[in-house]
Design a protein around this ligand. Structure first.
Ligand code: SAH
Ligand code: SF4
Ligand code: F3S
Length: 437
């Protein structure tokens, strides 16, 4: 038999892209490709791209610049562009970069093997009616005991700054029965911790023979799978945090105490201009209800600084909101004007103002993150071992609250969920000791 062909996939952007890359690797695997760790020994390179901010999009072109040299030495090298830049720019990518052999959007990658063989057109950015997931081979468990599982795609929210509704299309939920089957398959392969993914995951509304499913019903159904020990979900919109989902945080033990609930800004004026459709006060009341259901929940958010028209007072309101919530984790970004979005029409703030605000915001968030991490010291938590540490006898895992934890446990095994007493907190991780049962 001929040697298998080698595929190198580089992934940018969100967790959904990570999931998509895994599924594209599986689809190509069924066509005889194995994945490789570098572009240098690959027969095919696939760049799975992100369009969310200007910098993310630019990475594609700098990578393609480097690949041009590789292709000079290896003329048979196939180069594909997938993901949200592929969706947004389509044929333009090939015009700008003739070394690109194929362009495939996020909704069409079930066609990737045929495209790579030359049996299908080399550009596909359709939003097909069929569910691409049904046309893909069965999942593999490639990341040990944890896995992502996309349950919902697309977004109907149209925040004024965001490209996702254009690159991923409108909200579509997968059938609950398919999701449950995929989860069972993953658990059989050793997965213990599943993160449900969607650009608007808490807007999930799927159906099955057993009727309609909300996200909370799906979580409760998943929790009945023996061997599945932890469930998480991301990313949520505040306006879709329904009562039954909040309740699940209080009474479903497998649902982990971690919630990424982006607010973007703490100023009502800016929230309105962003088309977020809620106020700072409504967000704070929501956080109160979530904390009433699950007092130890770790909260995470995304922030955009320097949205067009943001004043010093608006920015101060964001800092106030952060102080009022107390985040354990957060991501913050400078506003980036994206072509085709309503906010891109508005004048931008001076770069030095935005830089200074981002620094102030990040300093506050870092301080909060440290404090929350420090507050774990002395507590007993679940830790799921993901891999051995660098030191002999050491295991590295994630706590219930998604902190990395180092445990000295020579008998520990990857995939084991153990009780750990947290002893110390350092910059990006915790250290603890296993509690013997
Ligand atoms: N659906 C999710 C995630 C969207 S993208 C949500 O609603 O939160 C992830 C984050 O990128 C967003 O939360 C936002 O903070 C940031 N983002 C999106 N568009 C951006 C832009 N044009 N400039 C800067 N940050 C942006
Ligand atoms: Fe983008 Fe807003 Fe949709 Fe999130 S909710 S994906 S930020 S449009
Ligand atoms: Fe980026 Fe597309 Fe995800 S734009 S953040 S890869 S949905």
């Amino acid at each position: 038999m001929a040697d298998p062909k080698k595929l190198f996939i580089k992934t940018y952007g969100c967790q959904m892209n990570v999931y998509d890359s895994e599924r594209m690797a599986e689809a190509m695997g069924a066509d005889g490709y194995v994945t490789t760790e570098t572009a240098d020994d690959a027969d095919m390179v696939l760049l799975n791209t992100c369009h969310i901010r200007e910098k993310a999009g630019e990475k594609l072109y700098s990578d393609l610049g480097r690949l041009r040299e590789l292709k000079r030495d290896k003329p048979n090298l196939k180069i594909g562009v997938a993901g949200c830049v592929a969706q947004a720019e389509g044929a333009e990518i090939m015009r700008r970069m003739p070394i690109v052999d194929l362009v495939v959007g996020p909704q069409s990658y079930h066609n990737l093997p045929a495209m790579a063989r030359g049996d299908a057109p080399n550009i596909d950015t359709e939003f097909p009616l069929e569910d691409k997931f049904d046309l893909l081979p069965e999942r593999k468990a490639t990341r040990g005991p944890t896995a992502f599982l996309t349950v919902q795609e697309g977004c109907d929210k149209f925040c004024a700054f965001c490209v996702v509704p254009y690159t991923r299309g409108s909200e579509v939920s997968r059938a609950a029965s398919r999701i449950l089957a995929e989860a069972r398959g993953l658990v059989e392969k050793g997965v213990r911790d599943i993160t449900l993914l969607g650009q608007n995951v808490n807007a999930y509304h799927g159906s099955s023979e057993a009727g309609d499913f909300t996200l909370s019903r799906l979580i409760r159904e998943l929790a009945r799978i023996d061997g599945l020990q932890r469930i998480r979900y991301t990313t949520s919109h505040p306006n879709d945090m329904e009562d039954d989902l909040i309740a699940a945080h209080g009474d479903e033990p497998k649902l982990m105490p971690y919630l990424h609930l982006p607010v973007q800004s703490g100023s009502d004026r800016v929230l309105k201009a962003m088309n977020r459709k809620h106020t700072a006060e409504q967000y704070l009341r929501l956080i109160e209800r979530i904390r009433a259901a699950r007092p130890d929940i770790l909260l995470s958010s995304d922030f955009i600084v320097g949205f067009p028209g943001e004043t010093d007072a608006d920015f101060a309101a964001t800092l106030d909101l952060i102080r009022a919530v107390g985040y354990g984790q957060a991501y913050s970004f400078k506003y980036s004007a994206r072509p085709g979005t309503p906010a891109a029409e508005k004048p931008e703030l001076p770069a030095d103002v935005v830089d200074a605000r981002l620094q102030t915001l990040q300093a506050l968030l870092t301080e909060q993150q440290r404090a929350v991490q420090q507050s774990m010291v002395g507590r007993e938590l679940g830790v799921l071992y993901e891999k051995p540490g660098r030191q002999a006898g050491q295991m590295i895992g994630k706590s219930d609250h998604l902190h990395a934890v180092y445990v000295n446990d020579p008998a520990g095994k990857v995939g084991e969920l153990v009780r750990v007493r947290i002893l110390a907190s350092s910059t990006n991780s915790l250290a603890g000791e296993r509690i013997s049962e």
